[in-house]
Structures are given as C-alpha cells and as structure tokens.
Write a protein of this length. Structure first.
Length: 330
C-alpha cells in the first residue's frame, strides 16, 4: 500500500524511493495543499462597526428612556439622607451598577440592609432599604444583600451603590449614540465631581440582546464601546465586572413553568466573557444563565429572593482580591 509520502509524491516516484526525495515530495505536496487552502478558504467575516450594529437594530429596540419608571424610595421614618462625603474613606466601596431589570429593583420581596450600605442618587446618599433610588422598579434588589455580605466579611466598612440600571435596556441603549449613554457618562462625571469615583463597576445585562438576536461580534463591538466610555469617565482605577447574562422567557411561548419556553444565547455570553482583560482591570462577573435557572425567576424573567441571595453570594469571591478593602492600591 502506498505510504502517506507517496500520496504527495510525483508520479515517477515509487514507494521505495529513498527517504530524502520522498520527504522532499511530501513537503512540496503539503506546500501546494496549504496554498490551495488559503486561496479557496472563505474570507473571515469583517468585524461590524458600531454604526452598522446600531443601524441593524434601530427599528427593533425597545423604548427605554433615561427616566424610565424610577424606583419610589420611601426610606426609613425620620432618617435624613447622609452627606456622602462623610462616608468616604480608604475602606469605602463605591459601586456603579449598570444594566437592565435584574440589576435594578425587581426582586420580590425587598430587603433592608443591616450594615452601613448606602445608595447614591441625586447628589445624596440614603441608607439602603429597597427599592434603591436611581434605578427602575419598585421592589427589591440584589445589591442590598451584597452590601451586607461585603461589610460582614470585613472587605469594606461602608458600601455605596450608585444604581442606574434600566429595565428592558439593550447594550445599544448604553453605547455611544444610545439614549442611556449620557446617563452613564454624566453619572460617572457627577461621582468624580464629588470625589466619589467608583472603586467598582458592576455590569449585568444581556437578556434584551438575546431577544433581539445580536451576534457575538455585534454585542462585543458595542460592549467594548460601553467599557471605553466607563473607563474614560470613571478613570483607570475602577475594577469593572461584566456579568454573563442572556436567559429570558420567550414571549411567544410565555409559560413560565415550562423550561422549554426559556431561551439563552451563548453568543451573547461568549462576548461578555471575551470582554474580560485583567491587565485593563476588566473581569468576568457571575454567569446568571447558570446561577439562576428558570425555576428561580419569579415571573419568568426576574430573580426570586433566594436567587438574589445566591447572586449576591456569587460576587464575593470575585471581589476578594489582593489589595481590595484595605486602602492599598490594587
């Protein structure tokens, strides 16, 4: 039987051709094959531009405005807002929260933080008793639960959340040219003006774009632009965490008790994972597609209180890194 070398040899050669000519024929054959592969291989799809992605989905984007249905914050009886500057120090965590409904106030029931956990909104800092001001929704959040865990662990002494999440928002709403982009950049500028640059940015969003059908490359292009704006306005010191999230209840099916009615988009979560770049202080957050299955979503979309507790717990090992919570440079 002819050898592999004979397959690439010239016709005049025989199976017992001396080794060196046979190897030469093999190399020549592989060279020709490689050239043909390069010549006839399909060209890689060009990376889409931000403008192209916006144009592709402009007519399908949900109507999300900067104001939205903002939380009604009742607070504690007779407890005035705190002066934010009185809360600042080397062991104060300031976390900007960006995203859609599962990053806002949609957990039922709500939660009142027991530790010194505050919410920043409108230039004032309030003790966190759900709902968190500044974000949409009028129920509870995962962040009050996370704040208690952070302080009880000794990681920080005080936590301030600036939550600007908007229910139903796409990554395109937050990107340059989107209706929420100014909310993002102006919030960062306001925090900087009050000497409150975030120590952390917690990004949790993706379900809307799974429904819209954004590809891995499309989502990645817009996310990169959002992260660029966060870095440009928030400064280089913040640790940015990008959660993986895409799971939603297909409205065409609508049965929240039927697991086959739920849709997840690996393309979206892959783009979110690819955004991580530790050298730029960008890290992966929890993957709620896996962490919060369909039966832990109280209306098919939003986290139950047990799921919110689990989500809060999942942040803890991600936030514990050398230098965090000690006042030392990261």
């Amino acid at each position: 039987m002819p050898s592999l070398a004979d397959f690439f040899s010239l016709r005049s050669e025989r199976s017992f051709t001396p080794l060196r000519p046979r190897l030469a024929g093999l190399v020549a054959g592989l060279t020709v094959l490689a050239a043909l592969t390069v010549e006839f291989a399909p060209a890689a799809a060009p990376r889409p531009s931000l403008q192209d992605v916006r144009a592709n989905y402009a007519m399908r984007l949900p109507d999300v405005t900067p104001r939205g249905e903002l939380a009604v914050y009742e607070g504690a009886p007779d407890e005035p807002a705190a002066h934010c500057d009185s809360l600042l120090g080397p062991r104060t965590m300031i976390a900007l929260v960006v995203g859609q409904s599962n990053a806002s106030n949609t957990v039922d029931p709500g939660y009142a933080a027991a530790e010194p956990v505050y919410a920043y909104a409108g230039g004032a800092c309030h003790r966190v008793r759900d709902a968190i001001p500044g974000a949409t929704g009028n129920k509870g959040s995962s962040w009050a639960r996370l704040g208690d865990r952070i302080i009880a662990s000794g990681l920080y002494d005080t936590v301030i959340f600036a939550d600007i999440a908007r229910g139903g928002s796409s990554i395109l709403h937050w990107g340059p040219g989107g209706p929420l982009n100014a909310l993002l950049t102006e919030t960062l500028d306001a925090l900087a003006a009050e000497n409150m640059r975030p120590t952390h940015v917690l990004f949790h969003q993706g379900e809307a774009d799974c429904l819209l059908g954004l590809s891995r490359a499309e989502y990645g292009v817009v996310l990169e632009a959002v992260l660029g704006d966060i870095r440009a306005h928030g400064g280089p010191a913040s640790d940015i965490f990008v959660s993986r999230a895409s799971l939603y209840l297909d409205p065409a099916c609508g049965d929240k008790r039927n697991p086959t009615c739920y849709v997840a988009c690996p393309a979206v979560t892959a783009a979110q994972t690819e955004a991580a770049d530790p050298e730029r202080k960008i890290f992966s957050g929890p993957n709620t597609d896996l962490l919060v299955p369909w039966f832990d979503r109280n209306d098919g979309y939003h986290f139950t209180d047990l799921a919110a507790d689990r989500f809060a717990a999942a942040w803890m090992p991600l936030l514990v890194r050398d230098g965090l919570g000690t006042g030392l440079p990261n």
